[in-house]
Ligand binder design. Sequence first.
Ligand SMILES: CC(C)(COP(=O)(O)OP(=O)(O)OC[C@H]1O[C@@H](n2cnc3c(N)ncnc32)[C@H](O)[C@@H]1OP(=O)(O)O)[C@@H](O)C(=O)NCCC(=O)NCCS
Length: 180
Amino acid sequence: MFPLVATIPTDQRLIIREAVASDAADVLLHLKTVGAETDFLSFAPKDIKRSLESQAKLITESQAADNHLYIVAEINHQLVGGLHFRGQDRPRTRHSGTFGITVLKDYWGLGIGHKLIEALIKWAQRSGVIRKINLKVRSDNHRALRLYETLGFIREGCICREYCLAGQFYDNVCMGLEID
Ligand SMILES: CC(C)(COP(=O)(O)OP(=O)(O)OC[C@H]1O[C@@H](n2cnc3c(N)ncnc32)[C@H](O)[C@@H]1OP(=O)(O)O)[C@@H](O)C(=O)NCCC(=O)NCCS
């Protein structure tokens, strides 16, 4: 089902495709950039300690696994967004997994996050394996909460104080989407 091509409101051509090992350097740079642009992620740029080789391995493993998906969003050959879904390992839980999503700040509000998650949902529906998509989001990340709710994710619970930044605690909201 990949690549997917769309035009965003700026009239730019957006391509959503599966990540390949040679994207590793761009993916690491992207994560460090977005990590510096927002406090809503569980990591700051300095927390990304993964080597180029282990990032490439992660992408290759995702390509090989039937319950993992690593996709990137590109405009003019620049990586502007990414989504990494990981199904669990054990037989009793491998039908469910969680994902992380990032879009470069310059491109927020253009529907790229929406398109990435829509692609994940379509892939999950066709996977024959995935029956549940889970995520965790900081309770004050209103942009992300609205996006997930628009796409049908339901609030399932809350993990209080899971997140701590500069001595301030934040709650994480658990959300989920059933795939039938
Ligand atoms: C969250 C994120 C992935 C969303 O990507 P995006 O491309 O900006 O998302 P979209 O443009 O598809 O949709 C954003 C939605 O939020 C809405 N929105 C924008 N600003 C908002 C705000 N301040 N409060 C509430 N909703 C807001 C938009 O109207 C849109 O909703 P709609 O589609 O119903 O109109 C992106 O902002 C990001 O990478 N943030 C930093 C990392 C992050 O928070 N990741 C998620 C961690 S759980």
